[in-house]
Design a protein around this ligand. Structure first.
Ligand code: GAL
Length: 680
């Protein structure tokens, strides 16, 4: 699959990270030393200017760009490109104090004091115009600077403001969307508890019992952030139409609908901070990271994404954060490249001396020299990535799609019942992703609004909310020969979170050939058993355990492949299959153990002949991901175990691109080791 590089004309993978020279302007010797250290670490790009507003405009309309001129020129001469950030992620004191409207209000209307960061009002005309002005100054000044390759808009947009300006904009948004108060009341089902609105002016967002309203608020806030980004973009695009823009996302953060927000950006990027070594299984941490990488890879499938931040060592904000063990900096960097990133970037290059992040991992520690384990590992990875430019322009082609929807996550989270603990939407998606990851099979993690054609298998875990048209497109997918797996907690509500009438799983009932009559919700220590029907085609394990969610299913055209073993619904279907058109639709009625999920997908992998990056089984905790570029196919084989493994390679012969050695028969990998193979 041909994929455009994240930054135009890129010849090298980007390697570097956040750099805050404004914190060191009093120490020119340190800034000079930074240039030497960057070269030594093979760093070819740094992100400058995030949170630098107070240094760029210390007083209103008094701009001080001379230091940035020097920094950019110095970097350019030293061989580093620059990702230039707009400074809106943190507001300077003069602005926050002179114009209170730029500070957010909490839900009860209280104006926040000036503090922290990422807390400006997205609606404030003053903030918007000040941001537009400073962005214009930056863009005009550096439009032709040879170091500049990408705009980094603000930083990690997040949170909500409930000030009068935001509330007025929300009410206008509601009016435009619903046209009349009656329509809005209907969509919000607000006669419930007598909350019907008499006019748009009555709307507040304090009341969490009106689920349609909560969804509307999140959709509005998504659009408000997008329109704020448009304000930021306008001067950048005016002076530098040739440069792409991005902003950094935060994994599965869900205050806004990220895939929708991505539409305002040229390039998608995200900040990845897995909790390595915290006692959980290391490869599961890796699998979770891969899942999120795949979400970002698929948000803009025709353009490479960027790993915008990661820590070279530890973070400082997790309850505990252990330094990355030897090898993990390299392994996690290569993992991002394997999943389609064009970069490995860190937060941060040099550790700040004071304030909140003085203990956050950095390439250069307070000691100030290169003789640290972290620096050496970072430099070694930089050298290796220098050899990997060949993967640029390369993408992943996948025959498996797994659906993950932000509005679905919102709706599941806000629902009171049928289960109020361990709802685990993301974790469930991950459980259904894991068997593919362990088999080295690429998975596109996409929204339900995306095109389904071209996939052989589509997995829809807990798709509670069916947005308009999704059921029809699933129907067409199966009719055309696709295999669909849907689980419990699917097809329950529409995009306003109004439950479908006529039985669950709503518009998917016919396609799946079932009706979910009721749901059993199990307590922590309660289990149900799932017993395969004799001769069932899925080769399920003898008996597996279900927990937490068990749908009581009636067959309406489907056949049962496994039955419940206990309770009043013993003998009722736990897994069903309906063959229809040229395809097949499965329903998995309960939350099952890993052995069940592995068996289910192992069967489908075989049955559908889904291609593995490397033929044959991989050792547990090892994955292989393929990135196809013009210069060939590159297979990243990664061992997320602390201990060494041998990866069987069947009869194929490969060259390890990183060592330029031939590999045959088996690939030995040390603990936390990786290789990049190309078939010869
Ligand atoms: C990110 C943020 C950075 C830095 C980093 C620390 O979320 O964008 O500015 O704070 O976390 O882990």
């Amino acid at each position: 699959m041909k994929v455009q590089p994240a930054t135009p004309g890129a010849k090298r993978l980007l390697y570097g990270g956040d750099y805050n020279p404004e914190q060191w302007l009093h120490a020119p010797d340190i800034l000079q030393e930074d240039l030497r250290l960057m070269k030594l670490a093979h760093i070819n790009v740094v992100t400058v200017g995030v949170f630098a507003w107070a240094s760029l405009e210390p007083q209103q309309d008094h701009f001080t760009f001379d230091w940035l001129d020097r920094v950019l020129d110095g970097l350019e001469k030293n061989g580093q490109k620059v990702i230039l950030a707009t400074p809106s992620g943190a507001k300077p004191n003069w602005l926050a104090l002179k114009y209170p409207e730029v500070r957010r209000c909490t839900a009860d209307g209280t104006r926040e004091p000036q503090q922290g960061r990422h807390n400006h009002c997205m609606t404030s005309p003053v903030y918007r115009s000040r941001v537009a002005l400073i962005n214009a100054k930056l863009a005009e000044r550096y439009a032709r600077h040879p170091a500049l390759i990408l705009w980094h808009i603000s930083n990690e947009f997040g949170g909500y403001c409930y000030c009068p300006l935001c509330m007025a904009a929300f009410r206008q948004w509601l009016e435009a969307r619903y046209q009349s108060v009656e329509n809005m009341n209907q969509a919000f089902w607000s006669k419930f508890w007598s909350h019907a609105f008499g006019s748009f002016d009555e709307v507040t967002v304090i009341d969490k019992s009106i689920h349609g309203l909560e969804l509307a608020w999140k959709r509005f806030m998504t659009e408000q952030v997008m329109s704020f980004i448009e304000v930021e973009k306008a001067p950048l695009k005016k002076f530098t139409p040739h440069l792409p823009v991005t902003t950094n996302f935060m994994g599965l953060y869900d205050a806004y609908d990220y895939p929708q927000m991505a539409q305002t950006l040229d390039v998608v990027s995200w900040d990845s901070y897995p909790h390595w070594h915290d006692g959980a299984c290391e490869w599961r941490t890796a699998c979770q990271t891969a899942f999120t990488h795949d979400i970002y890879r698929c948000m803009k499938p025709d353009r490479a994404w960027l790993l915008m931040e990661s820590t070279p060592s530890n973070t400082n904000w997790a309850p505990i954060s252990r330094p990355k063990r030897p090898g993990v900096l390299r392994l996690s960097g290569l993992q991002a490249i394997a999943h389609g990133s064009d970069s490995v970037l860190y937060f941060q290059f040099r550790k700040s001396r004071g304030s909140y992040e003085k203990f956050h991992g950095a390439v250069v520690d307070h000691v100030g020299h290169e003789h640290t384990r972290v620096f050496k590992e970072a430099a070694a990875l930089g050298a290796e990535l220098g050899e990997l430019g060949v993967v640029l322009g390369g993408g992943t082609s996948s025959q498996v799609a797994l659906l993950y929807d932000w509005p679905n996550a919102w709706a599941i989270a806000q629902a009171a019942g049928p289960r109020n603990m361990d709802k685990d939407y993301a974790a469930t998606c991950l459980a259904h992703y894991e068997p593919f990851w362990l088999s080295g099979i690429a998975v596109d993690v996409i929204e339900s609004t995306r095109d389904f054609s071209g996939y052989k298998l589509m997995v829809a875990p807990m798709l509670y909310m069916l947005r308009p048209g999704v059921a029809e497109r699933m129907q067409a997918f199966v009719a055309a020969g696709g295999t669909l797996v849907v689980t419990y907690m699917s097809g329950i509500a529409d995009e306003n979170d109004l439950c479908f009438l006529g039985g669950w799983p709503g518009p998917l009932k016919d396609l799946l050939g079932i009706w979910v009559q009721e749901q059993d919700i199990l307590g922590d220590h309660q289990k149900q058993s799932v017993v395969p029907v004799v001769g069932n085609p899925l080769a399920l394990p003898a008996v597996s355990q279900a927990r937490q969610y068990c749908d009581v299913v009636e067959l309406q055209g489907a056949e049962a492949l496994a039955l419940y073993g206990a309770d009043f619904y013993a003998g009722k279907p736990a897994v069903t299959r309906r063959r229809t058109g040229k395809g097949t639709a499965y329903y998995v009625a309960s939350r099952n153990d890993d052995a069940f999920t592995l068996a289910l997908y192992s069967h489908l992998i075989k049955d559908l002949a889904l291609p593995r990056a490397i033929p044959g089984e991989l050792p547990p905790g090892v994955t292989a991901q393929r990135r196809s570029a013009e210069s060939g196919e590159f297979i990243f084989v990664m061992n997320f175990n602390e201990v060494a493994v041998e990866v069987p390679l069947a009869t194929a012969q490969y060259r390890n691109v990183l060592t330029n050695r031939r590999v045959k028969g088996a690939l030995p990998l040390a603990g936390f080791d990786a290789a990049v193979l190309q078939a010869v």
